[in-house]
Design a protein around this ligand. Structure first.
Ligand SMILES: [Zn+2]
Length: 218
């Protein structure tokens, strides 16, 4: 089964991709992870990507597609994959489609995990970090004493990425980039809409049901 996961930051895409990977026995492919491992292994692509990212640029679509193509040649992708973070732009979606077409393959479904911007902001702006690595949330997982870590007693802080203004900017970028993708895959009848404002397991069951999969043995 060849799946693409779409969804705003904070919608739990990575979590659902990992659960689906276990249930469907196909790899979870995160382009962010591929970039990081290419950089770590100092491949030619890795060197190129790290240069671009260090200068604050965006990785060009053809480079991203090349990296994905390379990953899909590995044996574990024979029976499918769950794509997380790719395609991100319309040209990437078009290149991806012809890449798969060359091997007589196609996408089976595009799962769009939707979540209101207001809920994303509430989820992300409530997150509190401790230098020791513990993560809290003012609503869903508060520390015993406000602003103080339960395990080490350090004062908690808010990551720059989680500040409301930053979250709103990321959401705007996400909507700008993703709406053409949703149109692209809607025209092909591939979009499955999933409500991301539920507990992790309920969202997971909704996805399995939409895919026509029983949840037995998951
Ligand atoms: Zn701590």
């Amino acid at each position: 089964m060849r799946l693409i996961l779409l969804g705003p930051p904070g919608a739990g895409k990575g979590t659902q991709a990992a659960l689906l990977s276990g249930a469907l026995k196909v790899p979870h492919i995160s382009t962010g992870d591929i970039f990081r491992s290419n950089i770590k292994e100092k491949t030619e692509l890795g060197k190129l990507v790290s240069g671009i990212l260090e200068s604050g640029g965006l990785v060009p679509d053809d480079v991203t597609c090349e990296i994905v193509k390379d990953r899909l040649m590995k044996d574990d992708c024979r029976n499918g994959f769950i794509m997380d973070g790719f395609p991100r732009t319309l040209p990437q979606a078009e290149m991806f489609e012809s890449m798969l077409g060359e091997n007589n393959q196609r996408i089976d479904a595009v799962i769009n995990i939707s979540l209101d911007d207001s809920v994303v902001v509430k989820r992300m702006s409530g997150r509190r970090m401790c230098p020791c690595g513990k993560v809290y949330h003012v609503l869903s997982h508060p520390p015993r004493e406000e602003g103080v870590c339960d395990s080490c007693g350090s004062p908690l802080y808010i990551r720059d990425d989680d500040r409301e203004e930053t979250v709103l900017n990321r959401l705007k970028t996400y909507h700008d980039q993703t709406s053409p993708l949703i149109d692209f895959y809607s025209r092909r009848g591939l979009i499955i809409e999933i409500d991301g404002d539920k507990p992790i397991d309920a969202t997971f069951q909704d996805i399995l049901t939409a895919l026509g999969r029983e949840s037995d043995g998951v």
